[in-house]
Design a binder for this molecule. Structure first.
Ligand code: ADP
Length: 296
């Protein structure tokens, strides 16, 4: 099964162009859609999940036309939104059972077995009687996965999943997602580079409604080989370096700024070569676009 998005555009009533002519093909496995806040990720996810209409363009999931065959798409879709609204006074087991009825699983024995299997798989069996209001962020996310899995989905959309999870919960969540990727198209929308680095076999970078790159994370890293240079410097020199070099990122390491510069040759002997990481890929695309704009 493949998801094909072609020439998709969406402008909101206030004039914000959230998506500009987006074309993407996404195959089975884990796909990372990476971009900063406001890039258009949620808009794209909601349109794919049949919750919102684009202005122009088309989306196909295998043979299904996502924009016109909404009911058919919903039957094979698992959607885990950014804010998973839960009913605080209901237990996980009861809500899952109720959602299973809504999905059309009316046979009681079948439903019980399914709910049990999903609670076990998402590691919530012990907490199944607990009210959802008492769940931690990570438990709520795993409950979100459990409900998304009710229909044995072919397409799973996960919007900004790990924000606010502690490292152990994040790992558990990653492992669950990776398992899902073995049987379905899984789209992980996030601004967290590490989530994509650890999980995804294919990715795209989106900013201001435009797809800036698409490809395999490892190939994207190779493309930058030998072009990323690092330097630690006093805070006072930061602005001058930004003016002189193509600085793609700066961050504090033990309180001291460290910059990464994109350059085909060593900028000067005070820079040392570093192996590119996915953050460099991300920032080199996002910063390059900003620079082109400024020059234009
Ligand atoms: P992301 O998920 O990457 O943070 P969004 O898709 O939420 O991005 O937003 C993309 C852009 O569209 C942002 O500039 C945002 O402010 C704007 N936007 C999102 N939803 C609406 C809306 N309902 N009405 C107007 N503008 C919106």
């Amino acid at each position: 099964m493949e998801l094909r998005i072609t020439h998709l555009s969406k402008t909101y009533a206030n004039g914000v162009e959230a998506l500009k002519d987006v074309t993407l093909t996404i195959g089975q496995g884990m796909f990372g859609l990476l971009g900063p806040n406001g890039a258009g990720k949620s808009t794209l996810m909601r349109i794919i999940a049949t919750l919102q209409e684009p202005d122009t363009g088309s989306i196909h999931l295998g043979e299904l036309d996502v924009l016109t065959q909404k009911e058919d798409v919903r039957r094979v879709l698992g959607y885990l939104p950014q804010e998973f609204g839960v009913y605080p006074k209901v237990s996980a087991e009861r809500l899952l059972d109720h959602l299973a009825v809504l999905k059309g699983i009316t046979q009681k024995g079948e439903r019980k077995a399914l709910v049990e299997a999903l609670l076990t798989r998402t590691n919530l069996w012990e907490a199944r009687k607990k009210n959802l209001g008492g769940y931690s962020g990570g438990m709520r996310q795993r409950f979100g996965i459990a409900q998304a899995l009710l229909a044995n989905p072919k397409l799973i959309i996960v919007d900004e999943p790990t924000a606010g999870l502690d490292p152990a919960e994040r790992n558990r969540f990653h492992n669950l997602l990776a398992e899902l990727g073995e049987q379905a198209v899984v789209i992980l929308s996030t601004h967290i580079v590490d989530d994509v680095k650890e999980l995804c076999t294919d990715m795209a970078i989106i900013n201001k409604g435009e797809i800036l790159m698409k490809g395999h994370p490892l190939e994207a890293l190779e493309a930058l080989n030998g072009q990323i240079w690092r330097k630690r410097l006093p805070k006072e020199e930061l602005a001058a370096h930004k003016a002189q070099y193509h600085v793609i990122s700066d961050k504090l390491i033990s309180g001291q700024p460290e910059i990464h510069v994109l350059s085909e040759t060593q900028p000067d002997p005070s820079f040392e070569a570093v192996e590119p990481d996915l953050e460099d890929v991300y920032f080199s695309h996002i910063e390059a676009r900003i620079e082109r704009r400024e020059r234009a």
